[in-house]
Design a protein around this ligand. Structure first.
Ligand SMILES: Nc1nc2c(c(=O)[nH]1)N[C@H]1C(S)=C(S)[C@@H](COP(=O)(O)OP(=O)(O)OC[C@H]3O[C@@H](n4cnc5c(=O)[nH]c(N)nc54)[C@H](O)[C@@H]3O)O[C@H]1N2
Ligand SMILES: Nc1nc2c(c(=O)[nH]1)N[C@H]1C(S)=C(S)[C@@H](COP(=O)(O)OP(=O)(O)OC[C@H]3O[C@@H](n4cnc5c(=O)[nH]c(N)nc54)[C@H](O)[C@@H]3O)O[C@H]1N2
Ligand code: SF4
Ligand SMILES: [Mo]
Length: 746
């Protein structure tokens, strides 16, 4: 007999919005899913994808036992104790022979799960690991480098209230990324007093709703953005009062922008000069402007420069610290660590916000350099599929002395590992994300487990705790007083914690472990993994005391209690608009507009050539576009898709004619790195010379008949590691020179 559960709150894990959902379970199946009206950010909203989450929870590729690779490359199941002791001993050996800094950590959370990764730090510190990376180092680090110089934090738009919304290389209709995206986009489109500006070579579903579509040629955004900013300066459209009061370094910026040849730049990017001027004037005239830049510029040529030029648009017009404009926001646990730019040990590549560029990881391994990386732990990420040049990433991973992968499924990366550890799914443990990026109200949701862990799997906090225990760095005597205090309640725990940590620096190094071991057991049943949130709640309350109090939480302990109790999520900060200035990290609380390197780059645009294609590779391939049925590599079971099951290559009518293909034909796509076959969709949304493949395809899966299937193209079989930004090392996935040939006769 099937048992049907009550409706229970949780969240969708398929994109960073993490919309609240309520679900009904039938035994272990997520049978019914609806938007959760009680969720403070999503308010009942979901997109089409949330309803397909059971394909993640229940599928044939779930791992159910720790695996160890045999000599012949096959895997054998081993028990957890064996796995943990061999893995801990293996890393300890590498530390002793080569130094703990040769142990690299990649991942730590996808679109729905950051809580497990929060515990990794204890083991990594204990073993002496220093270098790490994740997917943010192939998209956001260039923007972060710019942000850190301008004001020292991450900014977000407030699209719900913006008079003008600007989307640059961003297609929120498909990719979402801010609360209730489609509702907000429709509201903007319907309201004659509000405008939408979209900069995208493709007529996306978002562009279709836009008032101004600046349809740039791929890879030419720098010219378009520089022209927009130049119009603001040259036509005297800047907010001089705001600039005088809150911004330094403005003169240097004005000087460079005054010299920009707007008609020439318009021609370079292929956008009508009059349209550029009209869009710039609309931005200047608006009471509020919000801007979202995403992969269309962050994974294309001049990406760091484009991030800078984009930010000039809203800073020059004073669109900061007021409703509907751009904001620095609070964070519950920062996704980006602050600090200057370090360098990687082998290639000297920039380490921005603590992250090694994903693209240089193979170079840090495949070398005789004495400081090369020798071992790696991958948690909740699939770099053998998601990082540029998959063949090279595979070779690098095969060259490691030890590779351990923690995942729910047997992935392309797991298949290269010496050990694979099976994690409980995101619905089988307490889970949360740190994509808490909103202002003035910022929200956080602790999802309670809906199910017990699948037999054989463990939640990451327990996996990391077992690894730390195996190293023997903390004694039971150290932990005992804290365990006792935790039983007496959170107030007693806070006092005992401060005493213990100030008296014993060794505990301070492994804090998440200490919290899990001591506070974890005292938390309500099944929530031990939430223990690390206690520390984060205390920090949040100290960082934004007034905003946390305004949101209804007297202190960190009260905030932690609210998080444990409100299963649909809590608002943890409520800011006033003027707080934006206080969130600037510069001592003078002003935006520092001048970034000399990037101003020099702007001047160079007058000479630089905008094309990277060649006669051999005449087309620009965007490798990895977000569509209605893509969700990174989270859903491996292809039957979740209702459309576009093969992940078609989109191409324009002209390019299809040139290649002699029609819709449904199979083609071979070739780049300097590799080649792959895809099925064609001829589409008038594409401009001539630009083709696009979706992301999230080309992952293998064992279907219900036991057959291995791999629909679509793995985009990174076609991309190259050196094809990256000079400042941040972020890849140019959206701009890969390619050619297309018909494969078989019709
Ligand atoms: N459905 C779905 N939604 C997702 C995800 C998913 O896998 N599927 N993934 C999530 C993640 S991890 C992320 S980072 C976000 C990404 O979200 P987006 O950045 O919105 O996603 P993309 O479709 O990759 O790229 C955005 C746009 O860039 C355009 N583009 C290509 N080349 C250029 C160019 O040279 N200039 C400009 N201006 N635009 C260009 C493309 O036409 C596309 O419309 O989406 C999130 N949401
Ligand atoms: N060519 C090209 N490459 C791209 C992109 C592109 O547009 N084009 N986009 C880039 C971007 S923006 C991103 S964000 C990255 C994403 O790339 P990755 O960082 O590799 O992340 P995902 O693809 O989301 O993979 C998440 C992994 O987590 C696993 N997982 C799911 N739940 C759990 C869990 O509870 N515990 C554990 N331990 N594992 C779990 C899944 O099985 C999956 O293997 O891809 C990047 N790569
Ligand atoms: S995919 Fe993103 S926008 Fe869609 S329901 Fe899930 S979290 Fe919300
Ligand atoms: Mo991403």
């Amino acid at each position: 007999m099937t048992t049907t559960s009550d409706w229970q709150p949780s969240a969708c894990i398929l994109c960073e919005c993490n919309c609240g959902i309520v679900v009904q379970l039938e035994d272990r199946r997520i049978a019914k899913i609806r938007g959760d009206k009680a969720h403070p950010a999503s308010q009942g909203y979901t997109c089409n994808k949330a309803l397909r989450l059971d394909h993640y929870q229940n599928n044939r590729n779930r791992l159910t036992a720790p695996l160890r690779r045999r000599e012949d490359g096959s895997y054998e199941e081993i028990d957890w104790d064996t796995a943990i002791s061999e893995i801990a001993a293996g890393f300890a050996r590498i530390r002793d022979e080569h130094g703990g800094d040769k142990i690299f950590y990649y991942g730590g959370g996808g679109q729905g799960n950051h809580l497990g990764g929060a515990y990794s730090g204890a083991f990594l510190k204990a073993i002496g690991s220093r270098y790490r990376s994740n997917a943010l180092a192939q998209e956001k680090t260039g923007e972060f480098w710019v942000d850190s110089q301008l004001y020292g934090g991450h900014t977000r738009g407030e699209f719900e209230h913006a008079e003008v919304s600007v989307f640059i290389g961003k297609n929120p209709w498909m990719s979402q990324s801010f609360p209730r995206a489609r509702v907000v986009l429709n509201e903007i489109a319907k309201d004659p007093a509000r405008s939408m500006i979209v900069i995208d070579p493709v007529i996306t579903d978002t562009a279709k709703l836009a008032d101004f579509h600046l349809r740039v040629r791929p890879g030419t955004d720098a010219w378009c953005l520089a022209a927009l900013a130049a119009v603001l300066v040259q036509e005297h459209l800047c907010d001089d009062e705001f600039l005088a009061a809150h911004v330094t370094g403005v003169d240097a910026v004005r000087k460079v922008l005054a010299g920009v040849d707007v008609p020439g730049f318009a021609q370079r990017c292929g956008v009508d000069e009059a349209l550029i001027r009209a869009a710039a004037r609309r931005i200047a005239a608006a009471g509020s402007v919000s801007v979202f830049e995403d992969l269309g510029i962050q994974q294309a040529p001049n990406s760091t420069l484009c991030s800078y030029l984009n930010k000039l648009l809203w800073i020059l017009t004073g669109n900061f610290a007021k409703q509907g404009a751009q904001h620095l926001h609070s964070s519950f646990a920062p996704l980006f660590s602050a600090g200057g730019v370090g360098r990687t040990p082998v290639t000297g590549a920039p380490i921005i916000s603590g992250l090694v560029p994903s693209n240089v990881v193979p170079d840090e391994i495949l070398t005789d350099h004495p400081d090369r990386l020798r071992a790696m732990i991958v948690e909740s990420s699939n770099p053998a599929h998601s990082v540029a040049d998959s063949a090279r990433v595979r070779a690098a991973m095969q060259a490691l002395d030890l590779l351990v992968v923690i995942d729910v499924a047997m992935t392309e990366t797991a298949r290269l590992a010496h050990y694979v550890l099976p994690a409980a799914s995101q619905f089988e443990k307490p889970e949360a994300t740190f994509f808490n990026l909103e202002f003035p109200h910022n929200t956080f949701q602790l999802r309670h487990p809906l199910l017990d862990p699948l037999p054989g799997t463990l939640p990451e906090p327990e996996i990391w705790a077992r690894l730390v225990r195996a190293l023997g760095v903390v004694s039971e005597a150290d932990l005992h007083p804290l365990r006792v205090a935790a039983r007496d309640g959170l107030e007693a725990y806070a006092v005992a914690f401060l005493t213990a940590v100030s008296g014993n620096p060794a505990l301070g190094r492994v804090l998440p472990f200490v919290l899990y071991e001591t506070l974890g057991p005292a938390l309500p049943e099944g929530l031990a993994g939430a223990a690390a949130l206690w520390g984060l709640a205390q920090k949040t309350a100290m960082a934004y005391p007034d905003a946390v109090r305004r949101a209804g939480h007297a202190d960190g302990t009260a905030l932690f209690r609210a998080i444990l109790q409100n299963r649909s999520g809590v608002t943890f900060t409520e800011h006033e608009y003027a707080d934006d200035f206080a969130l600037i990290t510069h001592a003078d609380k002003k935006i520092a507009l001048e970034i000399p390197e990037l101003l020099a780059e702007t001047e160079v645009l007058a000479q630089a050539r905008p094309t990277l294609t060649t006669p051999d590779f005449p087309l620009v391939l965007s490798a990895g576009e977000r569509r209605a049925y893509t969700a990174n590599d989270i859903l491996r079971d292809p039957s979740w898709r209702k459309r576009d099951v093969d992940g078609a290559l989109r191409m324009s009518v002209q390019d299809a004619a040139t290649a002699g293909v029609v819709a449904g034909d199979r083609v071979r796509i070739t780049t300097a790195t590799g080649s792959a076959e895809a099925c064609v969709e001829v589409s008038d949304v594409m401009q001539s010379g630009h083709i696009a493949l979706p992301n999230g395809f080309g992952v293998d899966y064992i279907d219900d008949t036991g057959q291995a299937v791999t629909p679509g193209v793995a985009p990174n079989e076609l991309t190259a590691s050196h094809w990256r930004d000079a400042y941040a090392g972020t890849p140019w996935h959206k701009h890969v020179p390619a050619r297309v040939e018909r494969v078989a006769a019709r």
